[in-house]
Design a protein around this ligand. Structure first.
Ligand SMILES: NCc1[nH]cc(CCC(=O)O)c1CC(=O)O
Length: 351
């Protein structure tokens, strides 16, 4: 008899932020439940993005900054699965890596959190001139159109840091807007006073979903991931990511989406692109039957092309010109960092 093989331990990894750890534990628990005889471990890493909060992100590899070091560990076989907020995963993955699984999405909306001690509940309740904190250009662009009398101000740091900044007695903020999924996972759910649904606010691509990245040649990991995958979430996110992939052409853009998979596999997806000054807003909805994740991607790509043809191209060109100009004018690395990280999605994994 051959010596019995040591069973493989599957190691799941993520960044070391509290939210990332909670999310990795959610995936580990789902896998452990589906495969009780297998062994799963976790590993939490501090990444370049965590070390270099004040350094220019583009110097460190731009978009994939937050995932780069984790991907090296994945490729080298040090770890086997990376758990990400799907919204922070670039639309194109490095050679040899792929998304093997997508867990069921939390409610993908953004929510309002009001400063402790203030009695307001909604954006409508806030007096003119109130300061609303968010670091996402998507949220600011969309909400400026509807609430021109509110003041939108950047707020940085991980979720707990942002909540502390909001509640500080000398805080300028009356409220913050954050993704509901992150708030719920971190136990801040009771602080949300309103959800911002479409048509008020379209959420970020893949917001609220967790993705598992694996080595493309790891067939065992792929099989494990398949069985914890929620195919409806996978198809929705595939459509949204395909839309963003066609739209972005090299940079992150203020894109909002809303996707439903209804009845007999009918995918209904709305996408919008809003100019930074909130003066232009292009929006379109497609509703098509889909039979596969590929079909869902095709619908998302088609949506992007329609948006481009109906005005998104001009908005995106303006944003790119503005961005290059501001990067050229930036005097410090910190300023460049801010310019590079104000879009949500792939560039701002500060959760
Ligand atoms: N941009 C940062 C980020 N990335 C993922 C989440 C949590 C929500 C999610 O998983 O989509 C957040 C926080 C936020 O945008 O409020």
């Amino acid at each position: 008899m051959a010596a019995s093989e040591t069973p493989r331990t599957i190691t799941l990894a993520s960044r070391a932020s509290q939210l990332a750890q909670i999310q990795t534990n959610i995936v580990r628990d789902a896998l452990a439940k589906a495969f009780p005889s297998k062994t799963f471990a976790t590993s939490f890493m501090t990444t370049a993005g965590d070390h270099n909060q004040s350094q220019a992100l583009y110097l460190l590899g731009g978009k994939s900054l937050w995932t780069k070091e984790l991907e090296v560990a994945l490729k080298e076989g040090v770890v086997d699965m990376l758990v990400h907020s799907y919204k922070d995963v670039p639309t194109t993955l490095p050679e040899g890596c792929e998304i093997g699984g997508v867990l069921e999405r939390e409610d993908p909306v953004d929510s309002l959190v009001v400063k402790k001690g203030l009695e307001f509940k909604t954006l409508e309740d806030l007096p003119d001139g109130s300061v609303v904190g968010t670091s996402s250009v998507r949220r600011v662009a969309q909400l400026r159109r509807l609430f021109p009398k509110l003041v939108f101000l950047d707020v940085r740091g991980n979720l707990n840091t942002r909540m502390a900044k909001l509640d500080a007695p000398d805080s300028p903020y009356a409220a913050l807007i954050l993704a509901k999924a992150g708030l719920v996972r971190l136990g801040w759910g009771s602080r949300m006073t309103a959800d911002l649904h479409p048509p008020t606010l379209y959420h970020a691509v893949s917001q609220g979903a967790l993705a598992i990245e694996i080595r493309s040649d790891d067939t065992e990991a792929r099989e494990l991931c398949r069985s914890v995958t929620h195919w409806q979430t996978e198809w929705q996110c595939a459509a949204e990511r395909a839309c963003l992939r066609v739209l972005e052409g090299g940079c992150s853009v203020p894109v909002g989406v809303h996707t439903q998979l209804v009845g007999d596999k009918t995918l209904k997806i709305t996408g919008c692109v809003t100019s930074l000054n909130a003066e232009q807003h292009v929006q379109h909805t497609l509703e098509e039957k889909v039979e596969s994740v590929r079909d869902a991607e095709a619908v998302g790509a088609k949506l992007a092309k329609i948006l481009i043809e109906t005005g998104a191209k001009a908005i995106l060109d303006d944003i790119n010109v503005d961005r290059e100009k501001r990067i050229g004018e930036a005097k410090t690395a910190d300023e460049v960092n801010k310019i590079e990280t104000t879009m949500d999605g792939a560039t701002s994994a500060t959760a």
